[in-house]
Design a protein around this ligand. Structure first.
Ligand code: PLP
Length: 400
C-alpha cells in the first residue's frame, strides 16, 4: 500500500521547493517590456541580489541555466591560449573546466577526488610554477553539489595572494547562494556565479554573474568578447533590452522579486543560520543511524560540509531501493548519487543526496529524516537507533 498521496517534497539539490509567493508572483499576464512596472521591478533586483552575494560590485543577469552562467563568466575573461586552474572537489569543477576548454582555453585540473577538501598547498604550488602568468583564472566551486563538499573560498584567496599571482578568483555559488554563508567582497572573490533554481527558490531559467572592477578590467583587455555573453551592456545598459540582450525573462523577474523579498524579510544571516541548523540535524541523524548500519555522510569533517546539500553512501544494494521507497511509498523524492560511481558500484546505486536548499524548514527536515528512517525499517536496512532523537535535539537546541 502506498502512502504517497498528499503534498510531496522534492528534496533534490535543485530545482528546489518553490514558495507559494514566488508561484503567485509568476501567475500573471505578460507585461509590457518597453515601459511600465517591469522596468522599475527589474532595477530593484540588482541591489537586492548584491546584498545576497555580499558585494558592492556589479551583477549581470542572463537567461539560462547554470551551464550558461559558467560560460557567461568565462566568455568575458578567457580565450584561446589562456589557462584556467581548477581545483575540483567533485563533478562540477570538471564541468566548468570543460566549458573553459570549449572556449579555447587550457584547463589545468587538480582533482581532489569526491570526498576530500582542497589542499591549498597544491593550489599554491601550481600558481607558483606559473612564472609567465598564463593562468588567468582560478575556478573554485564553493559547494560541489555532487559530493556536498564546501570549499573555504578565503583559503583560495590566500593561496593566490601568497603566490603573488594576478589571476582572477572565481566562485561557483550555484548550489550555495542563499544557503551557505558566502561573502564575495570579504573573501576576495573577483567573480561569483549563481542560478535561480537552488537557494534562490525560482524556477530554472535565469542566472547571475557578480563581478568586481578587477574582473571588469580583465574584460576590457580581452581582444574580443561574444556579443551575447558580454557583461558590459548588461551592467551598464543604455536601453532596457540590453539588460538581457533581448526580451526580458519577464515571469522569472516577478518570481525573483518575490524570492528576494522572502530572503531579505528573513535576513540573509538568519537564512544562513536556518540552513546550518537544518544541516546539523541531518548530520546528527545520519551519525546515529550509522552506528548500527551502512549509512554514512560522504564528507567526514563538519567544516567541509555544505548546509545546502548532503551526499550519503549506504551501499549499492540499498541506495536506489531506499530512494524508490521514499518516493513511491511516502511522497519524498531524494536526489540520485551524481558522479559517485566506483568499480564495485558502476551505476552509483549506493549513493544518494538530500537537497535542503532554499524554502525548507524544520518540519520538512524532520519529515524527511523520519521518512528515510521508515524506509530503512520497511526495507530491512540495518541502522542505529536514536536518529530522530538526535535531530530533535539539534533543532530544539537552536530554538531556545
Ligand atoms: C546545479 C549546479 C550547476 C549546473 O547548473 P545547471 O542549471 O544544471 O546547468 C553548476 N554548478 C553547481 C555548483 C551546481 O550546483
Amino acid at each position: 500500500m502506498s502512502l504517497a498521496n498528499g503534498r510531496s517534497y522534492l528534496a533534490i539539490p535543485g530545482p528546489s521547493v518553490m514558495p507559494e509567493s514566488v508561484l503567485r508572483a509568476m501567475h500573471r499576464a505578460a507585461p509590457n517590456i518597453y515601459e511600465g512596472e517591469l522596468i522599475a521591478l527589474t532595477e530593484s533586483l540588482f541591489p537586492d541580489l548584491k546584498k545576497v552575494a555580499r558585494t558592492d560590485g556589479h551583477v549581470a543577469i542572463y537567461i539560462g541555466n547554470g551551464h550558461a552562467i559558467w560560460e557567461a563568466a568565462l566568455a568575458n575573461i578567457v580565450g584561446p591560449g589562456d589557462v584556467v586552474l581548477v581545483p575540483a572537489t567533485g563533478s562540477f569543477g570538471h564541468g566548468w573546466a570543460d566549458v573553459a576548454t570549449g572556449l579555447g582555453a587550457e584547463a589545468q585540473v587538480i582533482d581532489f577526488g569526491t570526498s576530500n577538501p582542497i589542499d591549498p598547498d597544491q593550489v599554491a604550488d601550481a600558481l607558483q610554477a606559473d612564472k609567465g602568468h598564463r593562468i588567468k583564472a582560478v575556478l573554485g566551486t564553493h559547494v560541489d553539489t555532487s559530493s556536498s563538499i564546501k570549499t573555504d573560498m578565503a583559503m583560495l584567496r590566500r593561496a593566490l595572494d601568497a603566490a603573488g599571482h594576478p589571476a582572477l578568483l572565481l566562485a561557483d555559488c550555484i548550489a550555495s547562494m542563499g544557503c551557505d554563508r558566502f561573502e564575495m567582497d570579504r573573501n576576495g572573490i573577483d567573480i561569483a556565479i549563481a542560478a535561480s533554481q537552488k537557494g534562490l527558490m525560482v524556477p530554472p531559467g535565469i542566472g547571475f554573474v557578480f563581478l568586481n572592477d578587477k574582473a571588469r578590467a580583465r574584460r576590457a583587455a580581452m581582444p574580443r568578447v561574444s556579443r551575447y555573453w558580454d557583461w558590459e551592456p548588461r551592467i551598464n545598459p543604455e536601453r532596457y533590452y540590453q539588460y538581457f540582450c533581448g526580451t526580458a525573462p519577464t515571469h522569472h523577474l516577478y518570481g525573483l522579486r518575490a524570492a528576494l523579498d522572502l530572503i531579505h524579510d528573513e535576513g540573509i544571516e538568519h537564512v544562513w543560520s536556518r540552513h546550518e541548523v537544518l544541516a546539523r540535524a541531518i548530520w546528527a541523524a545520519v551519525d546515529a543511524w550509522g552506528q548500527g548500519g551502512p549509512i554514512r555522510l560522504n564528507v567526514a569533517e563538519e567544516k567541509n560540509r555544505s548546509h545546502a546539500v548532503t551526499s550519503l553512501a549506504i551501499g549499492a544494494e540499498h541506495g536506489t531501493r531506499l530512494r524508490r521507497w521514499c518516493q513511491d511509498q511516502a511522497g519524498l523524492t531524494l536526489g540520485i548519487g551524481l558522479g559517485m560511481s566506483t568499480a564495485e558500484d558502476p551505476d552509483g546505486d549506493g549513493f544518494f543526496r538530500f537537497g535542503h536548499m532554499g524554502h525548507v524548514n524544520a518540519q520538512m527536515i524532520m519529515g524527511l529524516l523520519a521518512t528515510v528512517q521508515t524506509g530503512m525499517v520497511a526495507l530491512g536496512i540495518p541502522h542505529g537507533r536514536g536518529g530522530i532523537e538526535a535531530a530533535s535535539t539539534v533543532i530544539a537546541g537552536a530554538t531556545r
